[in-house]
Structure formats: C-alpha cells, structure tokens
Ligand binder design. Structure first.
Ligand SMILES: [Mg+2]
Length: 233
C-alpha cells in the first residue's frame, strides 16, 4: 500500500508549541489579574468564529468588546493591545517549548519538508521568546491578518500559498479539534491532533499523538514524508 505523500507541515502555536498550563503558571499572578479581560476577549472571539474574512479584524473585535464591556471603542482597542501585544508575550520569556518539539521540526526540515505556522494570535514575538525563531518557517500566518479565525480555511490556505504547496500535501498539527482539525480539513489539508483523553475518540484527524517524542514514528506510519528539494526522509 502506498502511503499518502506529505511535503509540508503547519503547526498551531498556543497549546501546540508549548504547554498552556505551564504558560499560565509562568504568568502568575499577572495573567490571573487579567483573567476577566481574557475571558471577555475569548468570548468575543468565539462569537467571531465562523465569520470572515473581515477587512479589519481588530476593529470588529474592538467594537464587540466595547459593547460587551460598556466601554469606548478606544478603551477596548487599548485593552486588547495591552493584553495581547504587551502583557501576554512577556510571559514567554519564562516558558519553554514542549520537550521533543525542536528535534522533530529540525528532523522534518532536514528531510526537506516545508514548515509553517497558523495561529489565531500574533506569532511574533512569542516565537523569539520561545527560542524557536531560528527554525526555517516558510510561512507564519496569523488569522487576524487574513480576517478570519479558525476553522475558517483562509489562514490555512494562505499558509499553503506561502509554502508553495497544494493543501493536500500539507499536514496541520494542532491541539483543538474544533479549530485546528476542522479548519485543516476544510482547507483540504491532512490533520494531526496533539492531545489525550476522551476527546480524541471522535476526532477527524488522520492521527493523534500525546507528546512530541512520539510524533515521528506515528507520522511515518501514516504518511510518506517527501522533501520538496527531492530528498526523502
Ligand atoms: Mg492551540
């Protein structure tokens, strides 16, 4: 039996490159202090899931947040910038990527596979603070930039375009079924789900894995990984 061919791998950032709970502990007590603000922002963004692409994502997000909180548009914009662009990224100076992640990505890159990132939040400077910015990512797509959150296929398609690969030859790896797996499928990509527990039983992903140390053998069991440059893994 010939295995399907994969030439590129895209990854989600939050919860996929690092452990979300460790990040929350590293951000304690600052992020805890902002808990209500984050909760409201997540609520607004959940309401925007399925919309798009919007021409100005941040403006629509601020409009909805200002309505929810009963604050001015300017205050809502400033609140988002303070949380998402300033306070949250600072925490990453004290967060490490998942064990085994760098090794897997280096191995994939050495085999000639193209790498990409598809995240709902701005990717820089998290990537630099996680000390992963040196890896050869051919695409870094933030959903805000294309105006549509996952599972809308816009960000996945934008990544495939920048990686110069058909979506069918890309495996997307993420930690959420409803956004990562659903979005990748919608864009025509293959999908892998990082996780464990009951929720993986009903996944539409091609495979699941519980930690990055176990990724490579499971990946090779399901796919033939072929480098774009012509050399195979
Ligand atoms: Mg995630």
């Amino acid at each position: 039996m010939t295995l399907p061919c994969i030439r590129g791998v895209t990854l989600d950032v939050d919860g996929t490159l690092y452990d979300f709970r460790t990040m929350m502990r590293a951000g304690f007590p600052g992020l805890l202090f902002l808990r209500r603000d984050f909760f409201d922002l997540f609520r607004v963004r959940d309401g925007m899931r399925g919309l798009g692409p919007l021409s100005d994502f941040r403006a629509e997000q601020a409009r909805r947040l200002s309505e929810l909180r009963g604050i001015s548009l300017g205050e809502a914009q400033a609140l988002v910038e303070d949380m998402v662009d300033r306070r949250w990224p600072r925490v990453f100076a004290r967060v490490k990527p998942f064990r085994g992640l760098r090794h897997v990505l280096e191995e994939l890159a050495r085999a000639g596979l193209r790498l990409g990132l598809v995240s709902e939040y701005p990717i820089e400077p998290k990537l630099s603070l996680l000390r992963l910015a040196d890896l050869p990512f051919a695409a870094k797509v933030c959903c805000e930039e294309v105006g549509a959150l996952k599972p809308h296929p816009a960000a996945f398609r934008a990544a495939a375009e920048r990686m110069e690969l058909p979506t069918g030859e890309i495996l997307h790896v993420g930690d959420r079924e409803d956004s990562d797996v659903a979005g990748a499928r919608c864009a025509g990509m293959r999908a892998a789900l990082l996780g464990s527990g009951r929720h993986i039983l009903s996944t539409r992903a091609d495979f699941t894995f519980s930690d990055w140390d176990s990724f490579s053998p499971i990946f090779r069991m399901h796919f033939q990984a072929t480098g774009v440059a012509g050399h195979e893994s």
